[in-house]
Ligand binder design. Structure first.
Ligand code: NAP
Length: 209
């Protein structure tokens, strides 16, 4: 399967998204463990290989908000996306020694393979106070109890596929904003119930790649 790079996804998006100031303090930099996902009306996020929706504006926003923060992802999502530039990519696998890396790492990217979500969170919290969990389905579920925020691109139509986003229950989550963008909305949820405390941070994590 060929990889679709972030840059290819963003081809049609306004360059100004990517050139936005990166270290000015914004809500998007507040401490938290944030799941970010594109979700269809029927909860589908993928078919196990690829995502059903690719909106250049959404990809540009994904890059802007996650840039500089550590990313946690499942091995399958890593296989599909490769290393993302300007971010530490923490890949969760039951056989981390078998995770593969590109010969040439993209600029500013680092890759670390770990064997559990707890280890991923420990490494990530040693790097930054804001951590993004970027999928896929297994990893959103595994990280669910630690999440403080959900950053959802809610697409207005259903999709085919067997991989779904966990149910967002009104008991645990409060919708705090919704921004319409034509075919989709950017919707933010904050956790009402207390998240599980993060494991102790791992200092001096060394990138595998
Ligand atoms: N719409 C979106 O926003 C979005 C975002 C990301 C991905 N996706 C889609 O989601 C799909 C992939 O999701 P997926 O659920 O199939 O795979 P995934 O979550 O990306 O990765 C699954 C892999 O993670 C590892 N893993 C899972 N739980 C683990 C645990 N508790 N401990 C250690 N390792 C663990 C295993 O790797 P090993 O097999 O190496 O042990 C497992 O095979 C694709 O279709 C992708 O396009 C959609």
């Amino acid at each position: 399967m060929s990889r679709t790079t972030e840059e290819q996804m963003m081809t049609d998006a306004s360059a100004s998204h990517d050139n936005a100031p990166k270290r000015v303090l914004r809500d998007e930099d507040a401490p938290g463990v944030v799941a970010i996902a594109v979700v269809a009306t029927n909860g589908v996020i993928g078919d196990g290989h690829d995502q059903p929706f690719k909106f250049p504006e959404d990809w540009a926003r994904f890059k802007r908000v996650t840039l500089g923060h550590p990313l946690i992802m499942g091995r399958r999502t890593h296989d599909a996306m490769g290393l993302l530039t300007g971010r530490t990519n923490i890949v969760v696998s039951r056989t981390p020694q078998a995770v593969t890396w590109p010969d040439q790492a993209p600029e500013g990217s680092h890759g670390i393979a770990v064997s559990s979500i707890e280890e991923a969170l420990a490494v990530a919290s040693g790097l930054d106070q804001r951590i993004y969990v970027i999928g896929g389905g297994q990893i959103y579920k595994a990280a669910w109890d630690w999440l403080t925020d959900l950053d959802i691109t809610a697409v207005h139509e259903p999709a085919d596929g067997s991989v779904t986003f966990p149910e967002i229950s009104a008991q645990d989550w409060s919708q705090t904003s919704s921004e319409p963008h034509g075919e989709f909305d950017f919707v933010h949820y904050a956790r009402i119930s207390a998240p599980r405390p993060l494991p102790p941070a791992t200092g001096d994590a060394v990138a595998d790649h």
